[in-house]
Design a protein around this ligand. Sequence first.
Ligand code: ZN
Length: 364
Amino acid sequence: MKSIISLISIGLSVLFGALFPSITFAADNAVLPPSITDGPYVFLNNGDENTAYWICQSELKQTSIEANTLIRPANCGDLPEPKLHTEAVIPDLDTFTHVGKIVALSDVHGQFDIMINLLQAHNVIDADHHWNFGDGHMVMTGDMFDRGHQVNEVLWFLYALDKEAQAAGGRLHLLMGNHEQMVFRGDLRYVNERYQVSLDLLSRSYASLYDKDTEIGRWLRSKNTIVKINNFLFMHGGISPEWVERKLDISSVNHLLRQHVDDTKEVLKNNELLNFLFFTNGPTWYRGYFEDALQGSDVDSILRYFNVDHVVVGHTSQDRVIGLYNNKIIAIDSSIKNGKSGELLLINSDKLTRGLYNGDQVQL
Ligand code: ZN
């Protein structure tokens, strides 16, 4: 009998492994709570458009979506209750001029509480998490997914903020990082282990929680990877000299990255241009600004090519927001991923300021 049970369990695990290819879950600093709340998840296929799925105290719940509003079930902590955007998801513009003030942050990696504290400390949002930055622009330079334990909270918050910013005459630029790309194509090595509970209850793979047939996945796939605002260029990794040699432009690259974000690694690697755009020297992975090989004249060529004075990047983690090459390159991945602190970059005309975790502001 025992051997039959073990055979069945081996069979099930083989079946599960085939359905949901191997995931090694990453833990952040938080200790796993005894029960999990997570969600909501909204799937747009199989006639499921009007249902929201929630994980409440490690149990699966579903509610119907009334008037585009999601209402959290009882005993489901303080999970977000988003209002769905009803309009078509059209790609954002990627060039802006005459913007008065800009705030930028990066690499939140599921650390919702740290992000909220930072944005509140610098009055970008109010006490109730609503947009408070007027006609200013906020730039998130990618890597919202992976490592941390509050990925959904981060995504639904930004989903709401996106619309609130526009309604106020401002903008949220949500740029794609390498971790968004990895999750979309099923590279799940850095997913926090707490999400295993949700996957088991929903009988889905992690990537399918954010595929193009989900509300959040559809919204994210409309986003850019690079944006130019005034004399600043923003992206996750950086612009390499190879970009300039290839004479690429922002809009066509944003379009290509949107178009191919669901392609497999093999497909991307087999296309010469896509292999550049999606990997080592492309805008979401490049780390050359932090390596000795790059010369100041290379940086100047990059700035000249785009007619900007600064390139702002995340991806390569620092203790704080730092300026390199006389602030021509600004590195804003301030290690929010560690779940203890972080910083913002504030830009007002050409004045560059570090927004510290305690609300203090220090000239860069
Ligand atoms: Zn990154």
